[in-house]
Structure formats: structure tokens, C-alpha cells
Ligand binder design. Structure first.
Ligand code: FVH
Length: 303
């Protein structure tokens, strides 16, 4: 780790942003809002203009952009695009001594590969997961997940806080991508369950807005309480069925399948959930809590 990793007062820390799509532009904008000297580069140069109008320094090449700052944030489409941008910089020795923070979405294995690649070129590396959309960037309530080099995180945490709440999950580089994938899966399952419930109740004239008011109370109150109870059960591998058993929920979801079918709705989601519960029951978890369904979801690898 060389002098470029030394912490500076946040507003004096120069930062480079590579990639000025919707997210990269939001990241650069949040850094400018906090007074950071911000150098920007994008494959299509015109996207730098609105940021230059706000005081950013557009660089002509990725190499020039990386040379301008000790802290380099990258947010391009995917892993291949990232390597297209950074390979020539690295081969020219331009990454040595830099702190590279990769906010491009990817897979955990790609994060591990990038960390080794960055180290081989003398750079510190953090992989990141952005848990918001561009309008949420700069809001301290929004989580930015990081994994990898703890020293890079400690050094640049004050600067990264300009983007959102920075959480370091651990030194294993793939952790941020793993959490990102898990949290998006949770979001999509929640979206789809909410939309299925919305389709059910709006079939009888209720508005989505009225249903959502009740649904949010259910999610943030009771459901979050159930999840809080079940997490230690999963950790312990014991699932006492002292609140509601899997078998009683198989009966209950049958009512949802029936109600949806009777109103002409798609029943594939509740049927999938019912089948998953039935597999848990068939494996001896009928009298256990819903947390025991994890034994099915973990698949053969854990048996
Ligand atoms: N937008 C969001 O809400 C999500 C939130 C969570 C994190 N994602 C990830 O962020 C990465 C960038 O997403 P984005 O929304 O900024 O995407 P675009 O607006 O489409 O911008 C893509 C940028 O990537 C550049 N790019 C694409 N291919 C190449 C390439 N071969 N070489 C160099 N740059 C490339 C593109 O450049 P240009 O088309 O403007 O010239 C944009 O800068 C992404 O991983 C999300 O999953 C965002």
C-alpha cells in the first residue's frame, strides 16, 4: 500500500469515476456534491458534459482518468466491459498504487478474479454492490456493500460515504456480489408476491394503493418479526414448530391457490411455494416451522 492510500479530509480526496451511464453519472454527481475533485471518463464522451458543467474534469482516456486520482471507482455495464476499459491501463502500469473500487454488478467469482488481477497490478481492490437506484445515490440511508481489502475500505470510507452508507462485509472479495444477488432475489420474490396479492384483491375492486397500505403493515410488522425469529432457527438447524407448522401452511396456501384460480389469475407462484413446502413436509418437516424449508432450498450440496 503506498502513499496514495493515505486518508485525506473527505472533501479534498480526488476521485475518478470510470463509466458515466445512469449509475456512474449519479456516483460522480454525489462526489461533486460533497466537494470532491472528480475526474470522469466514459466510452461515449458526451455523457461527461453535464458533469463537467458541474465542475468535474473529463479525461480523454481511461489511463488519464486513473492517473488523476488515488481512488478509482468503476461502474460500467459488466465484467467484460470493465476489463476492456482497465486492461490497457494495467498493462501500462497505471494501476500501481491505486485503490480500485468496482461498483459494476457481477458474480462473486468475477470479484475474486478481479481482486487477484488488481493485486497482480499493484492495486488495492474493493468490490461493491449498490443497493439503490441512481436517485438514491447520495442518500445516507442507502446501503453500499463492499468486500475485499480492509485497509482500502478504512482509508476511503469517509469518501465512499458521499455515495450512501458504506458497509464492509469482509475481506473475501466475492461477499458483496453474493449479498447483492441474495438481496435482489429477496426483492424480486417480495415484488412478485406483492403483485400477486395485488392482482387478487384488485380483482374485487380494491385499489393497489389501499391493498399496499395493509400489505406494508403486514411486511414491516408481523412478517419481519417472523423472519427475526426464524434466522436463529436456521443458524441452529432446529426449527421448532411452535408458531405455525409447515403442514398448516400447506393447507393455508391451498386457499390462496383456490382464490386465485377462481378469479382467473395465474397460480404458478403459489403452486411453486406450495410444492416447495410439500417437499419440506415429505422430508419430515411437516411439524416444524417454516424456517425448515431452507433444508429444501439448500439442495443436495448440504445433505
Ligand atoms: N441503474 C441501477 O439502478 C443499478 C443499481 C445497481 C447497480 N447497477 C449496476 O451498475 C452498472 C452500470 O449500470 P447503469 O445503470 O449505469 O447502466 P447504463 O446506464 O446502461 O451504463 C452502462 C455504462 O457501461 C458503459 N459500457 C458498456 N459497455 C462498455 C464497453 N464495452 N466498454 C466501455 N464502457 C462500456 C457504458 O458506456 P457508453 O455506452 O455510455 O459509452 C455506460 O457508461 C451495471 O453493472 C449495473 O448492473 C445499476
Amino acid at each position: 500500500m503506498n502513499a496514495q492510500h493515505t486518508a485525506a479530509a473527505p472533501a479534498e480526496t480526488p476521485v475518478t469515476v470510470l463509466g458515466l451511464g445512469l449509475m456512474g453519472s449519479a456516483l460522480a454527481g454525489a462526489l461533486l456534491d460533497q466537494g470532491h475533485p472528480t475526474t470522469v471518463w466514459n466510452r461515449t464522451p458526451h455523457k461527461a458534459k453535464p458533469l463537467a458543467d458541474r465542475g468535474a474534469h473529463p479525461a480523454a482516456t481511461p489511463g488519464d482518468a486513473v492517473a488523476a486520482s488515488g481512488l478509482v471507482l468503476a461502474c460500467v455495464l459488466d465484467h467484460d466491459a470493465l476489463r476492456t476499459v482497465l486492461d490497457p491501463v494495467a498493462e501500462a502500469g497505471g494501476l500501481a498504487g491505486k485503490a480500485l473500487v468496482n461498483l459494476t454488478s457481477g458474480e462473486p467469482e468475477q470479484a475474486v478474479e478481479m481482486a487477484a488481477w488488481a493485486a497482480s497490478h499493484g492495486a488495492g481492490y474493493l468490490d461493491g454492490g449498490i443497493m439503490t437506484t441512481p436517485p438514491g445515490v447520495g442518500n445516507p440511508e442507502m446501503m453500499f456493500l463492499y468486500s475485499g481489502d480492509a485497509e482500502v475500505f478504512a482509508t476511503h470510507r469517509p469518501t465512499l460515504a458521499a455515495l450512501g452508507d458504506p458497509l464492509h462485509l469482509g475481506t473475501e472479495p466475492g461477499l458483496a456480489s453474493l449479498y447483492d444477488a441474495a438481496l435482489l432475489g429477496l426483492m424480486w420474490a417480495t415484488f412478485t408476491g406483492w403483485l400477486h396479492g395485488t392482482a387478487l384483491v384488485t380483482s374485487e375492486g380494491t385499489t393497489a394503493t389501499d391493498f399496499t397500505r395493509v400489505a406494508l403493515r403486514w411486511l414491516t410488522g408481523a412478517v419481519s418479526g417472523f423472519v427475526t425469529t426464524y434466522a436463529p432457527q436456521v443458524d441452529a438447524g432446529r426449527y421448532p414448530g411452535d408458531d405455525a407448522t409447515v403442514d398448516v401452511q400447506i393447507a393455508a396456501i391451498g386457499h390462496l391457490v383456490h382464490a386465485a384460480h377462481a378469479r382467473g389469475l395465474d397460480t404458478s407462484l403459489p403452486e411453486l411455494l406450495k410444492a416447495t413446502m410439500e417437499r419440506a413436509s415429505a422430508r419430515g418437516h411437516g411439524s416444524d416451522s417454516y424456517a425448515s424449508v431452507i433444508e429444501v432450498l439448500r439442495g443436495a450440496a448440504h445433505r
